[in-house]
Write a protein that binds this ligand. Sequence first.
Ligand SMILES: [Zn+2]
Length: 268
Amino acid sequence: MIPDYSTPGSKGTPWKRQREISLGKSIREEVQFKTDFFRENVNNTHLTEEEKRDIEILLRALHDDSHWHKGILSFGDDSIGDKVVLSEERKSYLELFVERHLLPENEEDRDDDLVKEIQAVRVLGEYKKGTIILYINNIKDSANETNAPGFYDLPYLTVTRYVYLHELMHAYFVRKENKGYKYDREREEAFAEFGALLLLDRLVRTNHRINHASKEELEWAIRHVEGKRGALECYSRGANLFKRLGQDEELASKMLAAYPKLSFPDLV
Ligand SMILES: [Zn+2]
């Protein structure tokens, strides 16, 4: 079980106010992590009470205690990444490609090798209509198979955190000021990985309370992104971007803020 530093310590103090005190700042209710929304959904899963609690603490801290990413993400008064659901569906990239019309409508026109390839790859997360979906069974399988290092000895939380950061980047790209932008897979997935690695790197360097992350976690995440090949090649370009530009956090942050208005065609 992971410790919850944002839970109220003393009795008699309203929970929300106590939490504001414990985080050392005031978070307006409308931009807080949507805890009730999360709980309502998570209660319909087969996760243990401890797993539900650990995931909630991890995500709530990442979202609400957001000063760690100050300067990397800037989105004014919007709240992004505040709505999260967990899905037990074992979704594959084949289903995702079909949904996103990335394959011919007619099944007979599809490339068999490509279909086989993407059918074997799990979808770990998705950003859909303002909500981040985390495919928790796929995340657990991936944590085992890729030997993810354990956050408090729980590798699935390491993967959960990275997937959340990746989906948070999608939410960032479609924030209010980029209204009208249409998903451009090749570029957006590379930039989402780039941003997620940059955020994780910042977490490793700030090593902040509940969010503390290790160097091993960043190394695992880079390997995870680099491992996306074939039909998912565009994702792995995010690791290249991070290796080339990640050291210059200011420049990297400006690029992420400018995307998708500027799409840097020479880089991705
Ligand atoms: Zn993505």
